[in-house]
Ligand binder design. Structure first.
Ligand code: BGC
Length: 504
């Protein structure tokens, strides 16, 4: 058994926005395939594809209407096979997003359930009578409004923790469990190297459907306070999936989106016979603040000290504001994001990068009329949603659509990204892309546990074997007394605030 994933760097591909091969303005599998050599050159170990299954697109693929096919928007099963084959030839692994918490309301299962309350598919979902005119309980949807929508024909309500177009599946129903076993096997047989499990802690809901305690805290990650989720039954599912993937010779891996602000709550999911790893967003939640960042790292390491699963490290994904923008935007935000790249890639354990992070892309302030995220629309603009981090990648300087598409990109690419294209960054030794590439090439030299070293206020200093990582967050300029392996910017012997180095 190879534990290829233990220190792997995964690259998240938001399929709609990576590269469009057929000119319809939306990224696709062929577009990804054409750029695999670029990812090899960057130096990542694996790619994670966001959902590419048939979907009406209410949540851009996180509403699946067929779990065992490819949406024509993205290609065909043959394209999928070709992508996996080419990726493997380049020694890149491929993991797929699986969405077991909810299906699309357009899935035949849900359509059957609505058409006939006595249809066996009704039991795949959570339909309940209301309380008079009101929903069965007080659960809110994560994206505004109640988590229940009334099926006018039967008078019952169905549960959806996200949008009404994403009805939650009832995992207490055996058929649901059996179907997902088959779905996983379908993709494993096609050579997939693992699964990223969407909303992994929410599959089972509290069977009594008791009310949540009000007022509901204002937290993006509602798994923190929902008593309805994180139920014990979910662990049997992951034990079963772990046994299933272990039967394949190519060592497929399971990574859960298990989001709690306290990483201790992840640990039951990471027992030896459950998930190989879970996303750890503790560092992502922090501002540019040395104490907070160190605390996030220490809390993560301590939380997972008693399980063999490693902590994972994440600074960006398709659900959060781009890092340079979170760190203050402009030149300063970008400098900090460069320094953060050296922090991230110096940490022990798997790292997840999000496409465009390696280009230093900022959040795009899109006009309301082009925004597509259901969060924006369901919350009447109160939350802007996630379109700003999902703008298609700029590949080439002078091409229309920046080489992302020959057509019109599904979200507009800002003109200022002319300065950020892959083409330009390839040709510039000081670019963010080159920084990531160098760091990824050197990363295998960082070995062993993280060992903190004494450091002045506002700085982070730790060793991994004989390599030292220093991040000057907002401290005094710091004298360097060893030779520089890699620096986040051109420096002499002094490290200014907002910069980082690896030394030996
Ligand atoms: C995914 C989101 C998606 C949601 C519902 C998440 O955690 O990352 O992009 O909207 O699950 O499927």
């Amino acid at each position: 058994m190879s534990e290829w994933w233990r220190n792997a760097v995964f690259y998240e591909i938001y399929v709609r926005s990576f590269a469009d091969a057929n000119g319809d303005g939306v990224g696709d599998l062929e577009g990804i395939r054409a750029h695999l050599p670029h990812l090899r050159n960057l130096g990542v170990d694996a790619i994670w594809l966001t959902p590419f299954y048939p979907s009406p697109g209410a949540d851009h693929g996180y509403d699946v209407s067929d779990y065992v096919d490819v949406d024509p928007l993205f290609g065909t099963l043959d394209d999928f096979d070709a992508l996996v084959r080419d990726a493997h030839a380049l020694e890149l692994r491929v993991i797929a997003d699986i969405v077991p918490n909810h299906s699309s309301s357009e899935h035949p299962w849900f359509k059957n359930a609505l058409a006939d309350p006595s249809h066996p598919d009704r039991a795949r979902y959570i339909f309940r009578p209301g309380r008079g005119d009101r929903p069965p309980n007080n659960w809110p949807s994560n994206w505004g409004g109640p988590a229940w929508t009334k099926d006018e024909a039967s008078g019952e309500w169905y549960l959806h923790l996200f949008a009404p177009e994403q009805p939650d599946l009832d995992w207490h129903t055996k058929q649901v469990r059996d179907d997902f076993d088959d779905i996983l096997r379908f993709w494993l047989a096609r050579g997939i190297d693992g699964f990223r499990i969407d909303v992994a802690a929410a599959l089972y809901k509290d069977a009594t459907l008791r009310d949540e305690l009000e007022p509901f805290p204002d937290s993006t990650f509602s798994t923190d306070w929902r008593r309805a989720v994180d139920q014990p039954e979910v662990h049997d599912v992951y034990r079963n999936w772990r046994r299933m993937v272990a039967a394949y010779d190519h060592d497929p891996v399971l990574v859960g989106e298990v989001v709690f602000s306290d990483p201790v709550r992840m640990t039951p999911y990471l027992r030896d016979d459950e998930l190989h790893m879970a996303f750890n967003f503790t560092l992502l939640f922090q501002d540019w603040n040395a104490e907070a960042m160190r605390n996030a790292i220490d809390t993560s390491l301590a939380a997972l000290a008693d399980v063999s699963a490693p902590p994972t490290w994440v600074l960006e994904n398709h659900d959060v504001t781009r890092l340079p923008t979170r760190y203050g935007g402009g030149d300063e935000g970008l400098r900090r994001a460069r320094a953060a790249a050296l922090l991230l890639l110096a940490l022990p354990g798997p790292v997840y990068l999000y496409q465009g992070q390696e280009l230093g892309l900022e959040e795009v302030d899109l006009p309301d009329e082009v925004r597509q995220d259901p969060i924006f629309h369901r919350m009447n603009g109160e939350r802007l949603g996630r379109d700003g981090c999902r703008v298609p990648l700029p590949w080439e300087n002078d091409a229309p659509g920046f080489g992302f598409t020959t057509g019109s990109p599904w979200l507009p690419i800002p003109d200022s990204w002319e300065a950020k294209t892959v083409e330009r960054q390839h040709a510039d030794g000081g670019s963010m892309f080159m920084l990531y590439r160098s760091a990824l090439a050197l990363r295998p030299q960082l070995q062993g546990d993280l060992s903190w070293q004494p450091s002045p206020p506002g700085t982070l200093v730790f060793d991994r074997g004989d390599v030292r990582c220093i991040v000057n967050v907002d401290g005094e300029p710091l004298e360097l007394d060893r030779s520089v392996l890699l620096a986040s910017e051109a420096i002499d012997d002094v490290l200014p605030p907002g910069a980082a180095v690896w030394l030996r």
